[in-house]
Ligand binder design. Structure first.
Ligand SMILES: *[C@@H]1O[C@H](CO)[C@@H](O)[C@H](O)[C@H]1NC(C)=O
Ligand SMILES: *[C@@H]1O[C@H](CO)[C@@H](O)[C@H](O)[C@H]1NC(C)=O
Length: 395
């Protein structure tokens, strides 16, 4: 027996120990890696914040890219739970230093709430190329406004085809530059899809309603009714839209569908797909205000279909509602009932009007261009009804 044989077992157990430790470290690595990665452009607004919350609850690691405005309570509910990069996409993604550090990362899904210009889509693919598992683009029913829809029914996905004639095409594009640019983004996605093979889905949304809406449109209509006893002016809606059916969609219903899409096999969307989403109900503007009135228990507030422009906050399109049967079939689209949503939103905005934590939003709403014509009266009535004595003292 020599010393070498005696000393052999010691290094062997050392090797085993090291091996064990090593596999444990590997385990941790794979565990950390297995959290799916989501890249979100926006993520601080009405739709985005609701979606990011669902992704976080669903176990996603979320990276948000936006200008860093945390609206409502998203600074508390979202910001601390995501990896956030401040960047203004309107300038350029490439000009933001922190983007470089992200550029080699892979993302299971990218959700784009803030794409309004073709170059913004281009830039995403210049940077991440094929390192995105599924691209979900938030588009708009305004795309139909620049297309050659040749029937009077509800707009179907297949209606989003631009006119053949170049002159007519340009005329339409000028008529609705927002719709034109959103469709350009969809077209760019199709192009990038051929180049990099990244599956994508475009969700064509009508006007979105929900709690924490930065356009303040719902809130303003609700207040016009609620504050009527102090304002004493009839609510006049534009005759051209007053009684036409319209499409709306609930932010939380859209967030739900986006979350579902994130856990589906992206191969289903290998060549790109577009879907319309909307409530099943299509009220007219007049009927919508009627629903608000009955929820507020103020059925006698006079609303009339009068001269133009009236208070025209919905709809933002001229071609009428969208047909959602494709999303029902392929995405199991099953939106909330409209009446339930009206109830939910009336309660939310009633309490938001009283909540001192939303003072910034209250001021934003009262300064909104939508109520420019009777801003002073609205502010006075609002302060009278909602502000506590101590809050009034602070003003
Ligand atoms: C929606 O489109 C489908 C065909 O895709 C049609 O059968 C259905 O009647 C349409 N619904 C409405 C409300 O226009
Ligand atoms: C619009 O589409 C119809 C068929 O869907 C076609 O016959 C017509 O030429 C198109 N019009 C324009 C301006 O492209």
């Amino acid at each position: 027996m020599n010393g070498g044989a005696v000393s052999w077992p010691a290094p062997k157990s050392l090797v085993i120990l090291i091996l064990l430790l090593y596999t444990r470290i590997l385990d941790c690595k794979t565990l950390a890696k297995s959290a799916p990665q989501a890249l979100v452009f926006g993520g601080n607004g009405l739709l985005g914040a609701s979606t990011v919350e669902k992704l976080l609850v669903g176990g996603f690691h979320v990276t948000t890219i936006n200008r860093g405005n945390w609206y409502w309570d998203s600074g508390i509910k979202i910001k601390p739970r995501v990896h956030h990069v401040t960047c203004d996409r309107l300038l350029s993604l490439k000009s933001c230093k922190e983007i470089a550090a992200l550029s080699k990362s892979k993302f299971d899904v990218a959700v784009d709430f803030s794409g309004y210009h073709r170059f913004q889509i281009q830039e995403v693919f210049d940077i991440w190329q094929d390192r995105i598992g599924l691209y979900i683009y938030i588009s708009s029913d305004s795309v139909f406004e620049v297309c050659n829809k040749s029937h009077d029914g509800y707009s179907r996905e297949t209606d989003a085809v631009r006119p053949n004639n170049v002159l007519i095409r340009e005329e339409y594009a000028k008529k609705d530059s927002y719709g034109h640019r959103k469709l350009l983004c969809e077209e760019e996605l199709q192009f990038q899809n051929m180049k990099w093979g990244v599956p994508f889905v475009s969700l064509r949304l009508p006007d979105v309603i929900g709690p924490r809406d930065n356009t303040y449109r719902w809130w303003i209509y609700q207040l016009m009714i609620r504050l009527y006893p102090h304002l004493n002016s009839d609510i006049k809606l534009p005759r051209s839209f007053c009684e036409k059916p319209l499409s709306l969609v609930h932010s939380d219903d859209v967030a739900e569908v986006i979350f579902d899409l994130c856990s589906q096999n992206p191969e289903k969307f290998a060549h790109g797909k577009a879907y319309n989403l909307a409530f099943k109900e299509n009220p007219s503007l007049f009927e919508l205000l009627d629903l608000m009135k009955s929820e507020l228990e103020m059925p006698d507030v006079p609303v009339t279909c009068g001269e133009e422009p009236g208070v025209h906050l919905y709809p933002s399109v001229t071609l009428g509602p969208v047909n959602t049967s494709l999303a029902e079939r392929e995405l199991s689209w099953n939106p909330s009932p409209l009446t339930e949503t009206v109830k939910e939103l009336v309660i939310f905005y009633e309490s938001a009007s009283r909540n001192p934590e939303f003072r910034r939003e209250q001021e934003g709403m009262l300064n909104s261009a939508h109520i420019a014509r009777n801003q002073q009266d609205m502010s006075k009535a609002f302060n009278k009804v909602y502000l506590t004595v101590s809050m009034r003292d602070e003003l």
